[in-house]
Design a protein around this ligand. Structure first.
Ligand SMILES: [Zn+2]
Length: 42
């Protein structure tokens, strides 16, 4: 799962090349699908 830094869109799966299919930027940030999970602060 990747996120485009330029247009802030999430790309679930890349096909071949690492490039944003929306704006064509090659700068993508790797993100985890389970980012919502939080460690309990107690
Ligand atoms: Zn983009």
């Amino acid at each position: 799962m990747y996120k485009c830094i330029k247009c802030k869109k999430v790309i679930p799966k890349l096909e071949g090349t690492v490039r944003c299919p929306y704006c064509g930027a090659r700068v993508l940030a790797k993100i985890r699908p389970d980012m919502v999970k939080r460690v309990q602060a107690r």
